[in-house]
Design a protein around this ligand. Structure first.
Ligand code: ADP
Length: 668
């Protein structure tokens, strides 16, 4: 062989060696498409001798289902003379069919005629499997996102496992939140008799690899349950064997907080341990199952707290709302719709709310809404609903303005139906005022009787004296001296009668005072609180200005309360009858001097007529149609009995009347 020939055959050998060792299936055909060459890797891959693959023999290695499709593509390539590719399953030497990608390129001569085809087949089984697995995983994740039942999601996860590892069965067993009980089990390829006995069973590390994997938070592998000494006595052994299974591999499923929330069990019908491929899929599926179980558990918790919330709302007759101030979108909770008596699917609007608000409360509630629009919180307030059938409902509203991150204002709040309480309170107030009225009438009766009795005598005397005086005057010669004497007697009797009235009035307010050292501020606060509803219903706002560190006073608490309540009611009445706006009352306490403290009640009413001022504290002086004119005189008697003074003027800072009570400070 010449040197040149030697060099050529050496390079041909090199080329052949290269082609044979390429990790792909290389082949060539004649122009007609019949195979004339396959490389060594091809032969090794399919495990067939070269002769068997020549011409059209290679088709024996193709999966029967893919053969016709592949042949059609190959024929069309030959006809068109263009390069192209196709996918088909080839039977590997070990009998397993695997997906290969086939690529073919034509070789042309100098005239452009095809003289040969060269081709390359690559094993794409792993890539395809990964793609299928990814699609399956996506499907399971979608199921989780759509909130499908946990059982369905775990069943799909098991199937996904079995698609990736066809030599195995898969089962997943979630445990309940407290980690003590198997809630249920899914193993779609095993009969129901396998998983059914597990439901509701206590987790026990000794009874199965499943229990042990949870208790010890570690993977437990039983290569062959039949011979594994750990499970010889365990009830699971017979159960597993009865279902034709031998190998059991149990892996704990952990939450993000690393607590065990279930276990994934993989079974094989023959003894074995997991390959790295198995371990990889187990880890994958365990992760999917963890997401699904955790989500379902937190949904359960959410559902439970939602249930408590709605039940709580129902029991306490409280509903909640959210109002987007910018868009005026209002969301009412179910209970709130029930309170307002809206249908469950009603879209709540301000127009609807206004329609149902009591007309007298519209202005006030409107002002509260404006306050919220300006970004301010409202004080908690009471409002009334006027239902279509004429019923009145009383609501207590608490709302707070929240500024969202994007600057939007949202008003969140709760509304309680206090109708029952208010009706009870109203009934109580009515009874109270009726009782008070009866009391007043009774004491007035007693007072009148005693007045009549005491005054009767001087009156009789006045009548007698007057008749005597008339007689003296009617005589032909009038005796003026006698008449003068009689008139003096009349004046004295009249004075006596006035004294009697004064005495009786003083008696009326006496009782037995139980004096104790008391904070004036406490009494005032109690009075204001007891009149809270009176103020609310009459739209009166009441402010307290209580001086700190005021000396205490020695008073009969009830009597002083009676006085202050009387002053406050007078103020409310003065403002409502004259229909002034706004209606404000201020109660102040002050130290007058070292020995004296005072309480001042001011209002924004019309004030007291100058001509009435001197008679204000006279018994029976009243300007009211139904007034009795006893409130202020009794107040004066009480205050004087406490060594104090009470007076009235029109110097209120609010524009109306001002009543001042001065009391001695107590220094005991
Ligand atoms: P009554 O309330 O039954 O009229 P009172 O003795 O409590 O009896 O009051 C006497 C009168 O004093 C009232 O009728 C009213 O004319 C006047 N008066 C009391 N308080 C005020 C007030 N805050 N503003 C205007 N007038 C008042």
């Amino acid at each position: 062989m010449s040197g040149a020939e030697q060099t050529l055959s050496a390079s041909q050998r090199d080329l052949r060696l290269t082609i044979d060792t390429i990790p792909a299936l290389v082949w060539s055909t004649g122009a007609d498409g019949s195979v004339d060459f396959v490389n060594q890797h091809y032969l090794d891959y399919v495990g067939l001798p070269s002769e068997q693959l020549m011409e059209w023999g290679w088709t024996t290695a193709i999966h029967p289902d893919d053969l016709s499709g592949l042949a059609a593509i190959w024929r069309s390539l030959l006809a068109s003379g263009k390069s192209g590719e196709a996918e088909a399953r080839f039977r590997r030497a070990d009998g397993e069919y695997r997906w290969l990608l086939l690529r073919a390129n034509p070789l042309h001569d100098s005239n452009g005629n095809i003289v040969k085809w060269y081709g390359l087949n690559t094993d794409i089984e792993d890539r395809r499997r990964a793609e299928v697995h990814l699609a399956g995983e996506k499907h399971v994740l979608e199921m989780i996102a759509c909130g499908r039942p946990l059982r369905d999601i775990l069943t799909a996860s098991c199937k996904l496992f079995e698609e990736a590892a066809s030599d195995c069965f898969c089962g997943i067993y979630p445990i309940d939140g407290r980690g003590k009980i198997f809630e249920f089990g899914v193993a779609p390829s095993l009969p129901a008799s396998y998983t059914a006995p597990i439901e509701g069973v206590q987790v026990d590390s000794d009874d199965s690899p499943r229990g042990q994997s949870i208790s010890e938070k570690t993977q437990v592998i039983a290569e062959d349950i039949e011979s594994d000494p750990r499970w010889m006595q365990a009830p699971c052994r017979a159960h597993v064997l009865d279902h034709g299974l031998r190998a059991v591999w149990s892996t704990p499923i952990c939450s993000r907080e690393e607590s065990v929330i279930g276990t994934i069990c993989v079974y094989q019908q023959r003894p074995g341990i997991p390959s790295s491929h198995h371990q990889e899929i187990i880890a994958h599926i365990a992760q999917l199952a963890s997401i699904a179980i955790e989500r379902s558990q937190s949904e359960d918790v959410l559902k439970r707290s939602q249930f408590y919330l709605t039940q709580g709302q129902r029991i306490s007759l409280t509903g909640t709302f959210a109002w987007d101030v910018a868009t005026d979108e209002i969301a009412f909770s179910g209970e709130l719709k029930r309170i307002w008596e809206f249908e469950p699917n009603t879209v709540v609007t301000f127009a609807l709310l206004r329609e149902r608000t009591h007309p007298e409360d519209l202005r006030r509630t409107g002002a509260y809404l404006e306050q919220v629009r300006a970004g301010f919180d409202n004080p908690d307030y009471e409002m009334r609903l006027s239902m279509p059938d004429g019923r009145i409902k009383y609501l207590w509203v608490c709302a707070r303005v929240v500024k969202q991150e994007d600057g939007r204002l949202e008003c969140l709040g709760a509304i309680q139906d206090i109708t029952r309480r208010r009706l009870a309170e109203d009934a109580r107030d009515t009874i109270r005022s009726e009782l008070a009225h009866v009391g007043r009438v009774a004491s007035l009766g007693a007072l009148t009787a005693s007045i009549a009795h005491e005054v009767n005598q001087p009156l009789a005397s006045i009548v007698t004296s007057s008749e005597t005086a008339l007689r003296w005057l009617n005589q032909p010669e009038s005796n003026f001296e006698k008449v003068q004497q009689v008139l003096k007697r009349i004046v004295n009797d009249a004075r006596r009668a006035a004294d009697v009235i004064d005495r009786v009035r003083t008696m009326a307010s006496k009782g037995t005072p139980r004096q104790a050292e008391t904070e004036l501020a406490d009494i005032i606060t109690e009075c204001a609180a007891s009149l809270y509803h009176e103020f609310q219903s009459k739209n009166v706002s009441n402010s307290l200005y209580l001086a700190p560190d005021l000396p205490k006073v020695m008073v009969d608490r009830t009597q002083l309360q009676q006085v202050i309540v009387n002053l406050l009611i007078n103020a409310v009445q003065a403002m409502t009858t004259s229909d002034v706006a706004p209606r404000n009352i201020a109660i102040r306490t002050q130290q007058v001097d070292a020995q004296t403290v005072c309480c001042i009640v001011e209002d924004s009413g019309p004030g007291i007529d100058a001509e009435h001022l001197p008679r204000l504290f006279d018994s029976f002086f009243t300007t009211k149609e139904t007034g009795m004119g006893l409130g202020l005189p009794i107040a004066r008697s009480i205050i004087e009995a406490h060594n104090g003074v009470i007076r009235a003027d029109n110097k209120s800072t609010l524009g109306g009347a001002r009543l001042i009570i001065e009391l001695p400070a107590s220094f005991s």
